[in-house]
Ligand binder design. Structure first.
Ligand code: GLP
Length: 242
């Protein structure tokens, strides 16, 4: 586990964007796993800037998003599909055929999960997976549990995640209760993992996840066991660890 300390959110985002861009420069046809939430927003802005300056080319890049709310259509502004188009894909030269996000409208759960896993395998696996971290240590939507989930699956969101994510919806009732998510095994199979964490509200979970025991009760803790895991964390989020 490599820990890179950043001064603040902006510094964390710049460092993360530079790590992702190094990956794409080294391997132009990289398969990149992407995350949603508020944490990656500025990282995506930096990637867009690098593209606009001519320093980064997404033409051959393939992406796989971690998760998607169950039941939301692509046109729904709260869907992760919409989020990714709006915050990143519409602003770079990625080939739309190379973008992969679970289809939240597919009610055939088994089919959707198998299809997603197969697409990742067919693409040659994920080279670099970007992750945020939920307040309860969830990664993707792998919520705290008694066991580590494996492949892509449909998950019931916990009350704390529903509460944390309701800010994006008109009312709490509108927050979907289920989501498709890559599993822990899917995530751990990535060649490299890059997690970004910022802000005081994450300081307790950073300490528990990376300075405590590996446990499915804190899904992010499994990352301690990954062979090439980098945590880029700002001072506020790291403040309980020193
Ligand atoms: C959501 C996403 C996660 C993300 C988490 C943290 O639940 N499914 O992938 O890491 O939110 O969000 P934020 O970055 O807004 O704290």
């Amino acid at each position: 586990m490599k820990i890179i300390k950043a001064t603040d959110y902006n510094d964390m985002s710049r460092k993360a964007a530079l790590i992702i861009s190094a990956q794409i420069i080294n391997k132009p046809n990289s398969v990149i796993g992407l995350a949603t939430g508020s944490t990656p927003l500025q990282t995506y802005n930096y990637l867009i800037d690098l593209y606009k300056k001519g320093d980064l080319d997404f033409n051959q890049v393939t992406t796989f998003n971690l998760d998607e709310y169950y039941g939301l259509t692509k046109l729904n502004k709260q869907s992760y599909y919409y989020f990714m188009q709006d915050k990143l894909f519409n602003h770079i030269n990625i080939n739309p055929n190379n973008i992969h996000i679970p289809d939240g409208t597919n009610q055939n759960v088994e089919q959707e999960c198998l299809k997603y896993e197969k697409s990742i395998l067919d693409a040659g696996g994920i080279d670099l997976q970007l992750l945020g971290c939920g307040h309860n240590g969830h990664i993707g939507f792998n919520e705290p549990s008694e066991v580590f989930f494996t492949d892509t699956h449909l998950v019931n969101l916990t009350e704390s995640t529903i509460q944390a994510n309701k800010r994006f919806f008109e009312s709490e009732d509108d927050v979907p209760r289920k989501s498709y998510t890559m599993g822990i095994k899917t995530i751990m199979n990535a060649q490299k993992i890059l997690m970004i964490v910022s802000g005081e509200s994450k300081k307790e979970i950073v300490k528990k996840a990376f300075f405590g025991p590996v446990t499915p009760k804190i899904p992010a803790s499994i990352l301690q066991l990954h062979r090439d895991f980098t945590l880029v964390v700002d001072e506020d989020a790291f403040s309980h660890c020193e």
